[in-house]
Design a protein around this ligand. Structure first.
Ligand code: TRP
Length: 339
């Protein structure tokens, strides 16, 4: 029996609130989250407490929290079926993160590559919150004793840390199997969306060129223009997947087409074997516009009623709190907190 088999299957995932969600967030995460709702109970969180580990602006944070919530729903996360809420409304996250600050070792956190990347050269000036970010992430997952965590490749190390924390807590407090060791669902390379300007770099909100990414709120003309201007090589499309080797831009566009159309890359290659990029890009532009503009429209509709979004988040937070409450009561008892 694997460890997670002793625990009720439950999915937990989260995304930081940012108002520039892009195609990579959609194909790499949201689309997958929507499908998982069919298989297991799911909790999806907008991690606003993680957002303040780096400099943030309060108005922009509130707005981005609502935008990301709208994006989750527009992409197909069903707030009735799944639990959808923002992290700061459920106190268990901060409370459990404190306990985990005392379980995780300094040496473990010192190995986190994302902290090194984000803190950069000015490490002394990074917030302490940025350093213990992975402990809060472990608390997010384990406050619900979630067993499955869909994340991108870049979060794998954080998830391994969450497993180490769960294991050490279980050992230290003599509570075998109290926390599950959560399993990552790593999103495969096929759905890893790369920059439209450089097929070797991930599509990212921090890339200075807006032409490197398709934002979920881009209008039809912008989407089409970005696809047509995407960097390519001079050769026509190959007729097999092997022919994409060493052609990262071509591979990226094929993968994007396949993910948007819900086809395999093989099927797409079969259909466009030998085609010029100009032809393929027109087809991709049409497909991207057809798939993404209704999503943007739905986001706008949702955002026109922020009070309704706030009600959805509050309802999700109440349901989340109810699941976390007995876990936290047991954590307090195990640790020896009175009351
Ligand atoms: N760190 C994740 C990211 O940047 C976001 C996140 C926070 C998360 N808490 C989580 C993801 C818990 C999965 C589970 O992508």
């Amino acid at each position: 029996m694997t460890d997670t088999a002793k625990h009720t299957p439950l999915v937990f995932s989260g995304m930081q609130p940012t108002n520039t969600l892009h195609l990579g967030n959609y194909l790499g995460a949201l689309k997958n989250w929507v499908k998982l709702q069919e298989r297991m109970p799911c909790i999806y969180c907008v991690v606003d407490m993680h957002a303040i580990t780096v400099e943030s602006d309060s108005k922009a944070l509130a707005q981005a929290t609502r935008e990301v919530t709208a994006a989750y729903i527009a992409a197909g996360v069903d707030p009735k079926r799944s639990i959808l809420f923002n992290q700061s409304q459920v106190a268990a996250h901060a409370e459990l993160a404190w306990v985990f600050n005392c379980v995780a070792r300094l040496g473990w956190l010192n190995r986190m590559t994302q902290f090194k990347d984000k803190a950069g050269k000015n490490r002394e000036n990074a917030s302490v919150g940025l350093f213990v970010y992975p402990n809060l992430m472990a608390a997010d997952i384990l406050a619900y004793r979630a067993t499955h965590v869909p994340v991108g490749e870049d979060q794998k190390q954080h998830l391994e840390l969450a497993r180490d924390i769960a294991q050490k807590f279980n050992n230290d407090f003599n509570a075998p199997d109290f926390f599950p060791l959560p399993e990552p669902f790593i999103v495969g390379p096929g759905t890893r969306v790369m920059s439209l300007r450089d097929g070797t770099k991930k599509m990212s909100k921090s890339d200075e060129s807006d032409y490197s990414r398709i934002n979920l709120t881009d209008d039809a003309d912008t989407i089409a223009q970005k696809v047509r201007k995407a960097r390519t090589d001079p050769n026509p499309l190959p007729d097999t997947l092997e022919g994409l080797a060493g052609r990262p831009e071509a591979e990226n566009l094929i993968n994007i087409y396949a993910a948007l159309a819900d086809h395999t890359p093989e099927t797409v290659i079969g259909e466009y074997a030998g085609a010029q990029f100009s032809v393929f890009k027109n087809a991709l532009a049409d497909l991207a516009v057809a798939k993404l503009t209704p999503l943007a429209q739905e986001m706008r509709t949702l955002l026109s009623d922020p009070a309704e979004i706030d009600r959805i988040l509050k309802n999700g937070a109440e349901r989340a709190s109810a699941i976390a409450a007995p876990v936290m009561a047991e954590v307090r008892r195990l640790v020896g907190f009175v009351g």
